[in-house]
Design a binder for this molecule. Structure first.
Ligand SMILES: [Zn+2]
Length: 86
């Protein structure tokens, strides 16, 4: 007949405990890394080079004009939040 020793039970219990701890730790790291919000705030920017007004999501405070491809800083006063030229 199959006999179970105390050592075997202790080993089994320890293995299950370590598995549960690892499972929750990995799950916590995954949810923490995926919960960071992506920068999706769009700003209206007027290109100081060609005057084109475009909406862009700044990355490190910089955007690229779709027309002349110049790189513009978002915090430049002349290029920020101006109404269209029309
Ligand atoms: Zn431009």
């Amino acid at each position: 007949m199959f006999t179970v020793s105390v050592k075997f039970l202790f080993f089994l219990f320890s293995a299950v405990l370590v598995g549960i701890v690892l499972f929750f730790r990995l799950r916590g790291e995954k949810s923490r890394s995926s919960s960071r919000p992506a920068p999706t705030v769009q700003e209206t920017i007027r290109c100081p080079i060609c005057g084109n007004v475009y909406a862009a999501t700044p990355q490190d405070g910089m955007t690229t004009c779709p027309l002349c491809e110049s790189i513009n800083r978002v915090d430049d006063e002349p290029s920020r939040g101006l109404p269209p030229l029309v």
